[in-house]
Structures are given as structure tokens and as C-alpha cells.
Design a protein around this ligand. Sequence first.
Ligand SMILES: O=C(O)COP(=O)(O)O
Ligand SMILES: [Mg+2]
Length: 217
Amino acid sequence: MTAKQLILFDLDGTLIDSAGDLHDAVNRMLAALDRAPLTLTQVIGMIGNGVPTLVKRALAASPGAPVEHETAMIHFNRAYDAEPTRLTTVFPGVATTLELLAATGRQLAVCTNKHESSARHILGKLGLAQYFRHLIAGDSLPFRKPDPRVITETLSRLKLTTGDAVMVGDSEVDAATAAAAGVDFILMTYGYHHGPVEAIAADHRLDRFADLAPLFV
Ligand SMILES: O=C(O)COP(=O)(O)O
Ligand SMILES: [Mg+2]
């Protein structure tokens, strides 16, 4: 990994443990729609494809009177945007490791399916914004992960090739995006995956964020 000039990081489940606030917002949305709450484990299994998909999955798992997806989204966004960092924490070792990686001169980017405004707000609030030169969010481009163009278009904008980049993520969605773009993939095993973690293909699998540093120095 020493030749990589660009490191693309997933956000939820990789840099930040955001499941508590996402769970809370899902349940506030469901309560507003007179539906039953979901467990944290259920919601964790729904994270990774962006908020519109999370909302769709939550509505399917907690049935009730028919509701427009857009209406449910308004309830979710109102709840989530009001307090996106109440329960959210940065995973151990993230800030020191990012500091170290940035000091090697590499370009660090966040590549998330979260909305750009939430991602920017959360990164600032949790003290991580200064490490990243680029943010590619779920609504930054007309497509989102697992569409490989989130990576390939970033590479061409930066005049880099696939061999220059690596994606670091926690889910099947990140693995599929990296594979389709033709870039290496490092899996953080502690994050939010949908099936067994062993089934996710990766060039490296790490149990702690701090284990990244030795791969790049
Ligand atoms: O918004 C989501 O569902 C997941 O966001 P992520 O891409 O940062 O994991
Ligand atoms: Mg993730």
C-alpha cells in the first residue's frame, strides 16, 4: 500500500460509530408514522446504501398505514439532522491514524453514501474535517456507491489512476464499489456489514483502525 497516493474512506461504520443516532432517527420517524420501533441490530443491517434506502428498509420492516417515501424521508431527516452526533462517536485510533497518514503527504478523501450536508456537519463536529481534502457524498454526484464512478470520476478529476488509490470501508457496498472501480480494498471488520464479514472480499482485513498505519509507512 506504500505506493497509494489517495486513500478513500467510508464514513459510517469505518470512521464513526453512528448507528445509535441513525437508530434513534429511524425510530422517531416510525413513531411519527404510528409504526413500531426497530432494534439497533435491525437498523445496523440497513445502513450502507444511503438514507433513502435506509428509510425504505425501515418502512418495510415495520409495517403500517401506507405512507409516501418522501414524507417518511422528511420525518427521518428532521430527526437525524437535529442531533446527528448525540450518540455518535469516532472509532478508537481514527484521529491519530488520520493525522499520521495525512503527514505522509497522501490525499485523504471521504467517500460516503450519507448526504453531503450531514457528512460535512458530522466531520466538523467530531473534529475530523481537517484531515480530508475531498468529500464525495451520496448526493455529491448523480450516482452513489456501489456505482464505481464515485471512485473513477474522482481519480480522473485528480489525474490519478486506479493503481494510485485504495478504498477503506466496512461493508459489502464499499467492497463492491472498490472491486467495480478496480481499486484495492481494505475492510474494517468492526463496522456495519449485512452478511458474514468473512464473505466480504478484501486485500486486507483489519480489526482496528490503528492497524492501517503500518500498511502505509
Ligand atoms: O448512509 C449510509 O447508509 C451509509 O453511509 P456510509 O457510506 O458512510 O457507510
Ligand atoms: Mg459504511
